[in-house]
Design a protein. Structure first.
Ligand code: GLN
Length: 456
């Protein structure tokens, strides 16, 4: 813990952390030492981690990357945080992220951008950019992230680390500041599938405080990751595994370096015994408009709680209550958040609801059905995580829609509520990392982790 606190201090310019609490971390590490001495250590006892600043934490400030929540102190821990604490992890602080997790580059943080450790002139991806930067720069062995439309997988891909977004409902959303509730999922970001499996095991499980929490017995993802497949051998651990390649995930416009790295990783999976099958997800392109209607719609509703009354920023000067609401929100929210509130309010408004929101919900169902058709032909779906490697800082300042389009390969699994994973595939343009995405059927996290572990 002391070593990593030193690294964090030395690498401050990467912008990974919004808050570091050295004293609390060292106290946590000492408590872990005592537990180990008492013979009560588990696999995560004393492991230094940090949380994306979208999880509320008692004792450390929580901002969600927004000025709206500057100085906010939560009276309770998010379930994910509480469970990792109980497993013995030591939290070093809070990690930078896009404001309310809206973004793909961490440049929407109201505080400062995070930088990609592979090339500090580039973005680390987002919205869990601080988590990705911290793990990739070896400031931490692992971190928590959240993924609404790709925010664990895309930054993992951009920084050459491993991350998994489990099936919707596997991790509790209690205490995770809501962006789009029907899509938000927590997950681990770490150096390997094995570390992700250990973290996910501790983070997940039914929680009566989250109405959409999946009612299942606790899962040992690490054991699932290690369980050999039927008919597998030491040299062919993936024998019998059918990996589906949706043709829509390899379009003309896919950057050739990404295509080559992903195909290289797929060839390795074949050597391990997997077979590749062509499949189709015909509505892949539609996932962009569908997501950018549903997510802002839910966001506009979720963010209505920030009115300057109960918590968060309150304007200093105002004439009456309405003026106080307006000024507090105008001052507290950044431009991307305001854009989404306006889009969301519009698509939910009388006269437009049927044309946009309802239509998007229907298509969302069809996108989920398309996946089920694929899973009749394969066990796992694979493809790129993003169409390019990490782009330069400020590259998309003038046109925020560019970032929306780059979410094309992560949005479909999010809309369907399926588990998705990013693991290093190779390198592309400028020596930047390229991720391989694996998508599984509902609750098939074990299969994803097993496949990734075989490759790693
Ligand atoms: N890039 C997507 C967005 O901006 C996804 C963000 C996320 O998963 N939190 O909405």
């Amino acid at each position: 813990t002391r070593h990593l606190l030193g690294r964090i201090e030395a690498q401050q310019s990467l912008g990974a952390f919004l808050h570091v609490d050295a004293e609390a971390a060292l106290a946590g590490a000492r408590a872990a030492d005592a537990q180990r001495a008492a013979g009560q250590a588990g696999p995560l006892t004393g492991v230094p981690i940090a949380h994306k600043d979208i999880f509320v934490t008692r004792g450390a400030p929580t901002t969600a990357g927004s000025k709206m929540l500057a100085g906010y102190a939560s009276p309770f821990d998010a379930t994910v945080v509480a469970r990792l604490n109980a497993a013995g992890t030591v939290s070093l602080g809070k990690l930078n992220c896009d404001e309310f997790a809206m973004g793909s580059a961490n440049e929407n943080s109201a505080y400062f951008a995070a930088h990609n450790p592979w090339d500090a002139t580039r973005v680390p991806g987002g919205s869990s950019g601080g988590s990705a930067t911290a793990v990739a720069a070896r400031l931490l062995p692992a971190a928590t992230g959240t993924d609404t439309g790709g925010s664990i997988r895309q930054p993992a891909s951009f920084t050459g680390i491993t991350g998994i977004k489990p099936t919707y409902g596997v991790c509790s959303r209690y205490g995770m500041i809501a962006f789009a509730s029907s899509l938000d999922q927590a997950g681990p970001m770490a150096r390997s599938a094995e570390d992700c499996a250990l973290l996910l095991g501790a983070m997940s499980g039914f929680d009566e405080r989250d109405a959409t929490s999946a009612q299942r017995p606790p899962q040992d993802f690490h054991a699932q990751m290690l369980t050999p497949r039927e008919g597998a051998s030491a040299s062919q651990p993936l024998a019998g595994l059918r990996i589906g390649l949706p043709r829509e995930f390899f379009p003309e416009g896919l950057s050739s370096d990404v295509d080559a790295a992903v195909r290289g990783a797929l060839a390795e999976l074949q050597k391990l015994g997997a077979t590749l099958v062509d499949v189709s997800l015909p509505r892949t392109q539609l996932s962009i408009p569908v997501y950018y209607i549903i997510a802002p719609a839910e966001a506009s509703s979720n963010l209505s709680r920030f009115d300057g009354v109960k918590f968060g920023h309150r304007a200093q000067q105002y004439t009456d209550l309405l003026d106080m609401y307006k000024k507090s929100r105008a001052e507290g929210f950044g431009p991307e958040v305001k854009r989404r509130i306006m889009i969301g309010t519009y698509v939910l408004s009388h006269g437009y609801y049927d044309a946009y929101y309802l239509q998007a919900q229907k298509l969302r169902r069809m996108i989920a059905d398309d996946f089920q058709a694929c899973f009749r032909q394969c066990d796992v779906i694979a493809g790129p995580v993003a169409p390019t490697v990490a782009w330069a800082l400020h590259a998309q300042d003038a046109d925020p829609l560019q970032a929306y389009l780059a979410d094309i390969f992560t949005l479909p699994a999010s809309l369907a509520g399926l588990p998705g994973m990013s693991l290093p595939a190779g390198f592309g343009e400028g020596g930047m990392p390229v991720g391989l995405q694996l998508i599984g059927n509902y609750f098939a996290e074990g299969t994803l982790l097993h496949t990734a572990h075989a490759l790693q």
